[in-house]
Ligand binder design. Structure first.
Ligand code: UD1
Ligand code: CA
Length: 521
């Protein structure tokens, strides 16, 4: 182990701290995840594990970022192309150890000078500030290698930092290779390092596989460099939580809770109310403005933005959805939707992609929308499906209406104008247009355009067959009730009641018979 690096070469190899290389180790399988998905691709509040690590290294503005891929290489490469196309994936065909992985990575960056930062791909809680502090400590001390360490309550499975009598780093020992005494140490290697690239290359060339796993350990570089008289250092993480790795799904769930708390606390400190932080899950990619209120059991995901003073929740999931200032979204699910300022959604609404609600628009209870623009102040209050549609301003769509957009092959568009009042239980068979200020009668199937200001009636005429129940259902409770009503009427009925039109229900636009009734609102 004590192979000496030539000290005479040390002087000309002074780092050029500005030029940096980041190497992320992501070739391992993560066996204990028991998953078809490579470990580093498991998601955690808006990013994959790998995405979190890359984000932590982002502020370093490295010249080159190399990601060592192996298990599930194609999947990992595809993910990198999507989220970080400037990174260079390098294939490690067989996982012969972390030292071997870094060696392969450096082969791909022959030109690298200065500092190289190496990060295990499975430490998603790592903060950019901590990586920056590690690099700063490393460069200002002129160290050959610096390891990020942390005191942890339970060091099981981790490499231990072994210090000499003077408290300096002596070596890093893997648990399986450690003595009983070393296992008692609670200061661990977080798997995040800064190296001088030239001295790292030299030491990597001298690694042995003389250990319990028969692998090339990156951690052995520290003992090698120290034995060669090179300055090696330990930088302590401010909070051990940042250094937690992830080996199985139980640990992943634990990390998710920790990250949730960190994210929620961050938003509360900027002036967002989170009524139940334990049941509120906000992706790191989400933005929430001041004085927004997030009620319990709510998930905000992806590129979601919640505007100032908006209310979201309880029991709501928003994915890639924008909620305007002062809007409310209650017990609802939205994906790729835009909810305008002071608009209202739910309870129990489903907004699908390209649903756009303008200011003060309303999508109410048990309403589904898709590719639908709902103009300012317009309302779809109850039990409806609005797909492939444009609704103008200040219009009202009656309850239980369906925008019939699909002919079995293609989708067609429906346009409703402004200040329209459509009756309850309408079918708008697209393509079709309802003009500004038009009305439609309840129960209509609208298959042709309705001109502005017209009342469209498209339903069967009602016919009452007098006395049918008494004749055809004699002896039933219905017949008895009808008989009593007939007797009451002949005794006490007022002329006004007898003259009343056939009534079609109190909450519908009824067509010519009772067009003065309001639509459902
Ligand atoms: C490693 C450290 C250990 C440290 C721990 C922190 C070594 C020898 N040990 O142990 O001291 O406490 O991390 O979590 O480095 N990988 C490759 N190619 C390989 C092997 C691993 O890319 O051939 C990647 C893995 O995908 C993973 C990272 O390197 O992202 C660490 O590998 P892992 O096997 O998890 O190392 P640990 O045993 O946890
Ligand atoms: Ca690990």
């Amino acid at each position: 182990m004590a192979a000496r690096l030539s000290p005479s070469r040390r002087e000309p190899l002074v780092s050029q701290p500005r030029l940096r290389t980041v190497v992320v180790l992501a070739a391992g399988e993560g066996k204990r995840m028991k998953s078809a998905l490579p470990k580093v691709l498991h998601p955690l509040l808006g990013r994959t594990l790998l995405g979190h690590v890359l984000a932590a290294a982002e502020p370093l503005r490295a010249d080159r970022t190399v990601v060592v891929v192996g298990h599930g290489a194609e999947q990992v490469r595809a993910h990198l192309a999507e989220i970080a196309s400037e990174t260079t994936p390098v294939l490690q065909e067989r996982q012969l150890g972390t030292g071997h992985a870094v060696r392969i990575a450096l082969d791909a960056v022959a030109e690298a000078t200065g500092t190289v930062v190496v990060i295990n791909g499975d430490v998603p809680l790592l903060r950019p500030e901590t990586v920056a502090a590690l690099v700063e400590a490393h460069e200002s001390a002129g160290a050959a290698a610096t390891v990020l360490a942390a005191e942890v309550p339970d060091p099981t499975g981790l490499g231990r930092i072994v210090r000499d009598a003077a408290g300096r780093l002596a070596q890093i020992v893997e648990e399986r290779d450690a003595t009983a005494e070393q296992r008692g140490l609670r200061e661990i290697n977080a798997g995040i390092y800064a190296f001088d690239v030239v001295r790292l290359r030299e030491a990597l060339g001298k690694l042995s596989t003389d250990n319990d796993q028969g692998e090339e350990y990156l951690t052995d570089v520290f003992g090698l460099l120290r034995d060669a008289g090179e300055p090696v250092a330990v930088h302590c993480a401010p909070d051990h939580v940042e250094t937690l790795g992830c080996n199985d799904r139980v640990e992943l769930a634990g990390l998710r809770r920790l990250l949730r708390d960190r994210v929620n606390e961050g938003w509360m400190r900027t002036g967002v109310s989170i009524l139940d932080p334990h049941t509120t899950w906000i992706d790191v990619t989400v933005t929430v403005e001041r004085d927004a209120v997030i009620d319990q059991n709510t998930q905000l995901q992806g590129a979601t933005v919640v505007g100032t003073g908006a209310l979201v929740g309880p029991d709501t999931t928003l994915v890639d959805t924008t909620v305007g200032a002062g809007a409310s979204v209650v017990r609802s699910h939205a994906v790729g939707a835009e909810v305008g300022p002071q608009a209202s959604v739910g309870p129990y609404a489903y907004l699908r992609p390209q649903s756009r609600l303008a200011r003060k628009a309303k999508v109410g209870t048990f309403v589904e929308t898709k590719k639908a623009t709902i103009g300012e102040g317009s309302k779809v209050p109850h039990l409806s499906y609005v797909g492939d549609a444009t609704i103008g301003e200040h219009s009202n769509i009656g309850a239980a209406s369906v925008f019939v957009n699909y002919d079995g092959v293609r989708k067609h568009h429906t346009t409703i104008g402004s200040h329209a009042r459509t009756g309850a239980d309408n079918m708008f068979v697209a393509p079709v247009r309802v003009g500004d200020g038009a009305y439609t009668a309840a129960g209509s199937v609208i298959v042709s355009d309705v001109p502005p200001g017209a009342m469209a009636v498209a339903r069967g005429q009602q016919r009452n067959v007098e006395g049918w129940v008494l004749r055809k259902r004699a002896g039933t409770a219905a017949a008895e009730a009808a008989q009593r009503a007939r007797e009451d009427a002949s005794g006490t009925a007022s002329p006004a009641r007898e003259g009343e039109p056939i009534h079609e229900g109190p909450e519908t636009v009824g067509g010519p018979v009772n067009a003065g009734d309001t639509a459902t609102e």
